[in-house]
Design a protein around this ligand. Structure first.
Ligand code: IMP
Length: 420
């Protein structure tokens, strides 16, 4: 069987949580393959809401297996808290969550280093989520990291102390004033809690499952935040694009099936970095209010702008997307005119290529659409969608060269139309 993939095609916050939750009912297993608690996937079901961070979005589906893969960075303190909230829903996390022994551990001092690096960067700061993601991946690549499987070793405490001592020296070098011991007790207790879970050899586990079951891989962040292909250096530290599925879970590319690319009908970004279609006027503010565009993890107001098809075609290409999924279309219900960016003007020249350096002065060139001016939220059948809306979608499909097969018209599971 195949592993299907859900990826965000913009700068994150496209609504992956809702779609994974909708699709999860069709897959016996859902796997996270990269990122960590910097993600915040919002789920809305049966009148309830929940934000998952490290735990895959399939957790609330009956009978589903949820895998935290090798490419993930894992914060035991955050995970324990999240599990506590899930238990309140009557779910026993130990029965449903399987954690790769090769996932890397986020220490409390990784979080301090994240804050220290940002403070030292001044105006050039990335605007990270402060969850220790960058410092943890840095330790992984420089081969200093600790992994989940290490918690079972008799000398784990000594190895933890050695890494902590290294971090304390780095914090001193950055003249960052903090208490590196503050969360140590919580961390070690949380590590003991993690021992009560199934710690797996992810590669064997996933490939064995694939012998007779289909899997869904859940991307976190968005493709424009990919460390290789995104708007570097204003990116996260992992492979958020399709290649991350293979490296993060230990599966070959021939096992990958459908690649669902999710985008919002407009664009948002949190943190610093280039955003060619960003709106600084009242239209941007209107999108923020209607779309409730405030970070699920940090609460920060998200920057808002029109849909950028140059960037979207680029990420759909990098990810080899087979099916597009459009989110939050209903947020545009009340607009007289809707714009999409179809090319960039850079140094007076028009181009449809996402440039090497997105910090260059980019002037977006827009195509305007007449708004549909109708409430889309209650529509259940694609035949009932207004013509202005279907024209808008057709234009996007033709531009990207991939069909929009799922349209989300509201936060609830039920407010979803699948095209036949
Ligand atoms: P980090 O992943 O915390 O290192 O943050 C790096 C950049 O990615 C910052 O601009 C963050 O705002 C952004 N980022 C990280 N995770 C997410 C996410 O889940 N949604 C949106 N942006 C994110």
């Amino acid at each position: 069987m195949k592993i299907d993939v859900v990826l965000g095609l913009q700068w994150g916050d496209e609504g992956k949580g809702k779609i994974v939750d909708v699709l999860a009912g069709r897959y016996p297993a859902v796997a996270r393959f990269q990122g960590g608690p910097n993600a915040g996937h919002s789920l809305h079901f049966e009148g309830k809401s929940f934000v998952v961070r490290s735990i895959p979005s399939g957790i609330f589906r009956k009978g589903s297996i949820n895998i935290i893969g090798s490419g993930v960075v894992f914060d035991p303190i955050a995970f324990r808290k999240e599990c506590g909230q899930i238990e309140d829903f009557g779910i026993k996390p130990q029965d449903k969550i399987f954690i790769s022994k090769k996932a890397h551990l986020i220490l409390p001092t990784h979080r301090l280093l994240d804050a220290a690096n940002e403070a030292a960067a001044g105006k050039g700061k990335i605007g990270t989520t402060n969850k220790g993601i960058g410092p943890c991946y840095t330790d992984k690549v420089s081969r200093h990291g600790l992994r989940i499987g290490d918690i079972l070793a008799p000398d784990f405490k000594e190895r933890f102390e050695a890494l902590k001592a290294r971090h304390i020296q780095m914090l001193k070098d950055l003249s960052y004033d903090c208490d590196p011991d503050k969360e140590e007790k919580d961390f070690l207790e949380a590590v003991d809690f993690v021992k009560s879970f199934n710690l797996i050899d992810c590669e064997y586990f996933v490939n064995d499952l694939l012998k007779d079951k289909a899997l869904l891989a859940e991307g976190a962040q968005g493709s424009l935040l990919d460390v290789d292909h995104g708007s570097y250096p204003f990116v996260t530290s992992s492979s958020t694009t399709v290649g991350g599925v293979c490296t993060g879970l230990g599966v070959g590319p021939s096992k990958v099936g459908k690649i669902y690319g999710i985008f919002k009908a407009y664009c948002t970004r949190v943190g610093s970095g280039p955003f060619p279609t960003e709106l600084f006027d009242e239209t941007g503010e209107r999108l923020r209010q209607i779309g409730h565009e405030f970070g699920a993890v940090t609460g920060r107001p998200r920057r808002c702008g029109w849909l950028d098809l140059v960037a979207l075609r680029y990420t759909a290409m990098v990810d080899g997307v087979t099916d597009l999924i459009m989110m939050k279309s209903d947020c545009l219900d009340d607009f007289d005119t809707i714009k999409v960016c179809t090319s960039y003007k850079i140094g007076g020249k028009e181009s449809q290529v996402f440039p090497f350096d997105t910090r260059e002065e980019i002037v977006p060139v827009y195509k305007e659409f007449k708004g549909w001016k109708r409430d889309l939220t209650g529509i259940k059948d694609e035949k009932d969608l207004p013509k202005e809306f279907t024209d808008y979608i057709k234009f996007i499909e033709d531009y990207i060269g991939v069909p929009v097969n799922i349209i989300s018209l509201g936060p609830d599971r039920e407010a979803t139309i699948e095209k036949k």
